[in-house]
Design a protein around this ligand. Structure first.
Ligand SMILES: Cc1ncc(COP(=O)(O)O)c(C=O)c1O
Length: 394
């Protein structure tokens, strides 16, 4: 049965194998005793009740054999994409991977060869570069420009960077970090750029449900229908509904030739999803899931306003205006401090674990990323601690 979500509830996540909370002390040196974890992108909220009920149904039945019918799962994805994104997806276009980092890695494997270049618009989600490098491909960093304090695309500069060895571009849409919801014109610009340089276009839209009021995301498939022959779209329930541990993602490919190449790699790797992920994702892409999400967005927006007002009041700090995601991207450049110094103040002074900007690639050097998907009280406490840790700048 559906219940109104209580995003204010503080839920103790220590001792649950949570990388965010149990990893805070070993990974960031921020003591568990009174630290605040604001790094990896999962939320401190329970998922929709429909997801909990679906899992309880499995537990009550008590058998966990092979899963043999993904019809309901495919129908749920198609319903969600049509309802929330005005996108008509065919059942045969959908592949289910072990999450989207896995989906990205299979794309790299299927559509590029060792030594090829893969283009990223940096700073960007760090796991892209990790899988590209691990697969023996080259990361081609195309730095985003800053316009009025927000990220913008710089196609002229990027055209000049291309050598012909690049075979794929991974777009993060909406963008992590920085929270841009790319406009239709920008998305068309990306598709044209990929056409000019003959790149497979992987559009990672994992954050496309987490869009702040007043902004509208367009799926790449709708923004640039002429890009279909080179387009792979990644989406998932995991970020939207806070079920990242389910490790399940959708790779959606309309073009039959691209699909055949992706399917061949999936088959060669023997990848098939686990039943827990399928059951949870099916329950999430539902009217109950939609109602939960519609309650979540204004809560995140409230957290963002509180965080930005408090952080932007500290001289030298600037939080980028978020259009999507729950990840605040804070620039410390105005403090004049070295990266080590502002990081030390955040971790040792404010006792907050936040992602280090340089891990996001070129352009991230003076930044840290803070996860705002936590009860408002925690955000308020984090802001107060940051103000104290940088109080000499007031
Ligand atoms: C852009 C982007 N892609 C993928 C992921 C992770 O996907 P998964 O957990 O499905 O591997 C994240 C997580 O933060 C992300 O921000």
């Amino acid at each position: 049965m559906s219940q109104t979500p209580d995003f204010d509830e503080i839920i103790n996540r220590f001792g649950t194998h949570s990388v965010k909370w149990d990893g805070m002390e070993p990974l960031f040196g921020v003591a568990a005793a009174d630290g605040i974890s604001m790094w990896v992108a999962d939320m401190d909220f329970r998922p929709p009740q429909a997801v909990q009920d679906a899992l309880k149904g499995m537990l009550d039945h008590g058998l966990y054999g092979y899963f043999g019918d993904d019809a309901a799962y495919h129908a749920a994805i198609r319903w969600w994409m049509s309802e929330r994104h005005a996108w008509a997806v065919e059942k045969d276009w959908i592949f289910t991977t072990h999450g989207l980092v896995n989906g990205t890695a299979i794309c790299v494997d299927a559509f590029t060869a060792p030594g090829d270049g893969v283009v990223l618009m940096t700073p960007v989600y760090h796991a892209f570069a990790r899988v590209i490098k691990a697969a023996g491909r080259k990361v081609v960093e195309c730095p985003l420009a800053l316009e009025d304090g927000r990220y913008a695309m710089d196609f002229a500069a990027w055209d000049a960077q291309m050598t012909g060895a690049e075979k794929m571009l991974i777009l993060c849409s909406p963008h992590n970090p920085g929270g841009r919801v790319w406009s239709v014109e920008e998305l068309r610009g990306v598709a044209d750029f990929c056409a000019r340089h003959d790149l497979v276009l992987v559009s990672d839209e994992i954050h496309h449900d987490l869009v702040m009021p007043g902004h509208r995301h367009t799926v790449m498939a709708n923004a640039a229908p002429d890009a279909t022959s080179r387009l792979v779209t990644l989406s998932a329930t995991t970020k939207t509904f806070n079920i990242a541990g389910a490790h399940i993602g959708n790779v959606i490919i309309a073009d039959p030739a691209l699909r055949a190449r992706f399917a061949a790699r999936m088959a060669a790797l023997g990848i098939s999803p686990n039943s827990f992920g399928l059951i949870m994702a099916t329950a999430a892409y539902s009217p109950e899931g939609a109602a939960w999400l519609d309650a979540l967005i204004p809560y995140i927006e409230g957290n963002r306003k509180l965080f930005d007002a408090g952080v932007n009041a500290i001289p030298g700090l600037r939080s980028m205006p978020l259009e999507a995601t729950y990840l605040a991207w804070v620039d410390f450049a105005g403090t004049g401090m070295a990266t080590e110094e502002f990081t030390r103040r955040v971790e040792k002074g404010a006792r907050i674990a936040a992602n280090h900007g340089p891990t996001f690639g070129l352009g991230g050097e003076s930044y840290m990323r803070f996860n705002l998907a936590t009860p408002r009280k925690v955000v308020a406490e984090a802001v107060a601690r940051l103000q104290t840790a940088f109080s000499d700048l007031q």
